[in-house]
Design a protein around this ligand. Structure first.
Ligand code: NI
Length: 174
């Protein structure tokens, strides 16, 4: 396994449409997923999409509730219902920044795993947000492009300082 270099905002790989994975069970895809998992853990991220490691393919990994890494290949995601929630997001390709992003509160997802088995299910809360964020990477979309008020985009440190000054009991935004 290897820790891969993460592309930062401005690199063209982050704004193109990624290609479908032809064979999800191919050894090179297994290796890529293992390397992405290691890269994500090393960078302390909760999700990572293949374009972020300069590979324009439709797959991403995220950290499940039990700390396990889940990979979804050729994913499809759609909202369930029309409830939208705002939540703070960051991105390993935009280090140091955070911003509030509206996302579908509940989603349905499907795709395949590295064994080629069909995966599908529903998600809400943080996993739903992470999957929507990672799915956007496959379509060349970065979270600031989803923000409705760019004046709230900021450096994590400054946002934490401002939040602490405003309401010491509340703590920093996540
Ligand atoms: Ni990201």
């Amino acid at each position: 396994m290897a820790i891969l270099k993460i592309a930062r905002m401005g690199h063209p790989v982050l704004t193109r449409l990624a290609d479908p994975v032809a064979d999800p069970t191919a050894p090179e895809i297994r290796r890529l997923v293992a390397d992405m998992a290691e890269t994500m853990q090393d960078a302390q991220g909760i999700g990572l999409a293949a374009p972020q490691v300069h590979v324009p393919l439709r797959l991403f990994v995220w950290r499940g509730g039990a700390g396990n890494v889940i990979a979804l290949i050729n994913p499809e995601i759609g909202p369930v219902g029309d409830e939208v929630e705002e939540g703070w997001e960051g991105c390993l390709s935009i280090p140091g920044l955070r911003g509030p992003v509206p996302r579908a509160a509940r989603i349905r997802f499907r795709g395949v795993d590295i064994e080629g088995r069909a995966m599908d299910g529903e998600a809400a809360g943080l996993p739903a947000r992470v999957m929507q964020h990672e799915m956007d990477h496959l379509d060349g979309v970065l979270y600031p492009m989803r923000m409705t008020d760019l004046s709230r985009l900021g450096f994590t440190e400054e946002l934490a300082r401002a939040a602490a000054a405003r309401a010491p009991a509340e703590g920093p935004p996540r």
